[in-house]
Design a protein around this ligand. Structure first.
Ligand code: ADP
Length: 663
């Protein structure tokens, strides 16, 4: 058994232990507002555990980000001197590291939602802490609404805490009928802010120059650099290392450059929590995970490019865009605050003060207002709450009616709900699967068509959110990849399947991956996800489920069954003009996509050819659809404007050409 790590410095939260416990004793819901790093994530659960709250049930602490759930639980296990997975554990999608003894459980907000499906009262928990509520993730927002209902039923034996670094406490308190708000004063040192006179044309270059300047001129202290995503971070890390090595005048201290983002392997993530070697300045190049989710100690200088990468969903086109957008003022202040944790610090803002004041939004737009709600609406429907009209669900900030209707429409088209908005048997099975609704639907269809095994493989690769990215970019890598299966002309899904099957045939040999320039880690992850999905589907699917990842049946050389199962994904797509497209030949070709995304221009990600006959029943459903009846409320259909028209069916052919030209 590991010995406890040295006691952490007394954190602000711990200094208010009595006050917190008194408030929790006396109230079903308490809001705790405290500076990032004040100990909310790591200490609150331990305090309530010490004070006996785990006698009646476990303490659940939700995190919007997987990386935080893993990292914080690891830290708490260390502080308590117990092995991770025993008294302290974590559960994230596709990974459960808890046991029967676990009494402090860190989990993503999505996993808690899922648990409430099989156990609506969440009886296993005596305390539920919704951590990082300021992130306003979609799932946390839904949990806020559910908690409001739940505390009515379990008023006597459930405590709910909502914690946040920046959230408007009064607003949440009002939402929970005036529950108390505890403000934990932080011990932030002053942070001096420097603004650029104008926006740099290249923020990587500008961050680099600032970082080198700090290294050459400033006293010891770590530097935290905010970038927008993994690619920028990789670029920044290698350029920074190079420049530091070539520094003419040198610096009197050494330097260590560390990346930090959500898709970093865990063993690399923990490096940022280890203290810096003596006489060494660390440069931590991070995404916005370092804004509030993960606190890196020792930072004295912050470089803020003023941007963040954000996914945005447009319900009228069914299209996601992944945009680099300006941060909000709240985010900018959080970023600056990271410099003042241990002593007075400095923050270099690579934008003028006028942009901060006049262009930045006050706060970040909650995810619920910029994402597809199909999964969440299916979830709400599957709860069977007696009086629930999803259009009237009690949200802290309601999503637009348009995006709720978009979600209802999608669910109806994939048979998850019927024309009266009632959840169907198919919908129930779908809700049990930890996948987005369209992929769940594909699995169900595949099971009926007898190609479940193939569909499981495809769903695993897609939902593990991995790209079978090239390990290297050179000619050698390209040559190796040319030897990979090519999808036989049927598209990306089939290619993914063929790649996985070839790897399976090699006996899951890591060398096979490197020989084909594929990342071993990504491939292994998809295999793990596949195993998990197999277990879940065996539990819930009726009848036989053949799930072995063997080479595709010779009897179906064109992958017709799989492609047909995938055609249920068409829901967001609309082939209206394909029928007129003579230039494409007599038989119009349809494709489905996994994701429609707009970057520099719109394109489809992961497409697969399907046949018109498979698509027609779905188009027919569309014609008859009356979205007013789908919400589950009693409101009668009103006007015809809400009827879905065929124009919503997009032509895929066009987008496919775009995609091909980008290849
Ligand atoms: P908050 O939730 O209020 O932002 P945390 O509880 O996350 O605060 O952090 C409290 C302290 O614990 C910080 O000093 C932070 O650096 C430290 N800490 C958190 N996670 C880890 C970890 N995985 N390893 C080492 N230290 C950690």
């Amino acid at each position: 058994m590991p010995s406890p790590s040295p006691p952490p410095p007394v954190l602000p939260i711990s200094e208010h232990e009595d006050e917190i416990v008194a408030a929790v004793d006396a109230n079903p819901v308490v809001v705790v507002i405290g500076e990032t790093g004040s100990g909310k994530s790591t200490q609150l659960s331990q305090i309530l555990h010490r004070r006996g709250y785990t006698r009646r049930g476990a303490i659940a602490v939700t995190q919007p980000r997987r990386v935080a759930a893993v990292s914080v639980s690891r830290r708490v296990a260390q502080e308590l001197g117990v092995p991770l997975g025993d008294e302290v554990g974590y559960a994230i999608r596709f990974e459960d590291r808890t046991s029967e003894r676990t009494c402090i459980k860190y989990l993503t907000d999505g996993v808690l939602l899922r648990e409430s499906l099989s156990n609506p009262e969440l009886k296993q928990y005596s305390v539920i802490i919704l951590d990082e509520a300021h992130e306003r993730s979609l799932n946390t927002d839904i949990l806020l609404g559910l908690m409001k209902r739940l505390i009515k039923d379990r008023a006597s034996d459930l405590k709910v805490l909502i914690t946040s670094a920046t959230l408007d406490g009064l607003k949440v308190s009002k939402f929970f009928s005036g529950c108390p708000v505890l403000n934990i004063p932080g011990t932030l040192f002053p942070v001096e802010k420097f603004y650029s006179t104008e926006r740099p044309t290249n923020y990587i270059e500008s961050s680099l120059r600032t970082a080198i300047d700090i290294h050459a001129k400033e006293p010891p202290g770590d530097v935290l650099i905010f970038m927008t995503g993994k690619d920028d971070i990789d670029k920044m890390v290698s350029k920074l290392e190079e420049r530091i090595q070539n520094l003419e005048e040198g610096s009197c201290i050494d330097a260590l450059v560390l990346p930090l983002h959500g898709s970093l392997p865990p063993e690399l993530q923990v490096r940022v929590f280890a203290p810096a070697p003596p006489n060494c300045r660390r440069f931590i190049v991070a995404t916005n995970v370092a804004e509030t989710s993960l606190t890196v100690d020792g930072v004295v200088f912050v470089i803020d490019c003023g941007y963040v990468k954000q996914r945005q969903y447009n319900p009228s086109s069914g299209m996601y865009s992944l945009d680099v957008v300006q941060i909000s003022r709240v985010q900018a202040d959080q970023r600056a605050g990271r410099a003042g944790r241990t002593r007075p610090g400095k923050c270099y803002r690579l934008y003028p003060i006028s942009i901060y004041q006049n262009e930045f939004l006050e706060a970040t737009v909650p995810e619920i207002q910029r994402t597809s709600l199909a999964g969440s609406v299916l979830y709400l429907k599957s709860l069977n709450l007696p009086d629930i009209d999803v259009l009237k669900f009690d949200f802290l900030d309601p999503p637009s009616r348009e995006s709720l209707e978009d979600a209802l429409r999608q669910l109806y088209l994939i048979d998850a709900i019927d024309e009266n908005g009632q959840i169907t048997d198919v919908g129930r099975v779908m809700a049990e699967l930890p996948l987005e609704p369209s992929l769940s639907r594909t699995l169900i269809e595949a099971n009926e068509l007898g190609c479940l095994s193939q569909a499981l493989t495809v769903a695993s690769i897609l939902s593990a959110e991995i790209t079978l990215r090239s390990a290297s970019k050179d000619m050698d890598g390209k040559r190796k990849r040319q030897e990979l299966p090519d999808g036989s002309g049927w598209g990306d899904h089939i290619q993914l399947l063929q790649i996985f099957e070839s790897w399976d045939q090699s006996g899951y040999d890591p060398k096979w991956c490197s020989d084909h320039d594929l990342q071993v880690r990504s491939m292994k992850l998809s295999k793990d996800v596949r195993n998990q999905l197999c277990q879940i589907i065996k539990k819930i699917a009726k009848g036989s489920t053949d799930v072995h990842a063997r080479k595709s049946q010779k009897s179906d050389p064109d992958y017709r069954k799989l492609r047909r199962a995938l055609s249920t994904q068409l829901v967001q797509v609309h082939p209206s003009s394909v029928l007129e497209g003579d230039e494409y030949g007599k038989f119009p070709m349809y494709v489905i996509y996994h994701e429609l995304i707009s970057t520099t221009r719109p394109y489809m990600r992961n497409i697969c050819a399907v046949e018109q006959a498979w698509v027609e029943p779905i188009l027919k459903k569309l014609e008859k659809l009356d979205v007013n009846r789908l919400s589950g409320g009693s409101s009668a259909p009103k006007d015809s404007e809400l009827l879905v028209e065929n124009k919503q069916v997009n032509t895929l052919k066009k987008d496919m050409d775009v995609k091909q030209s980008e290849r």
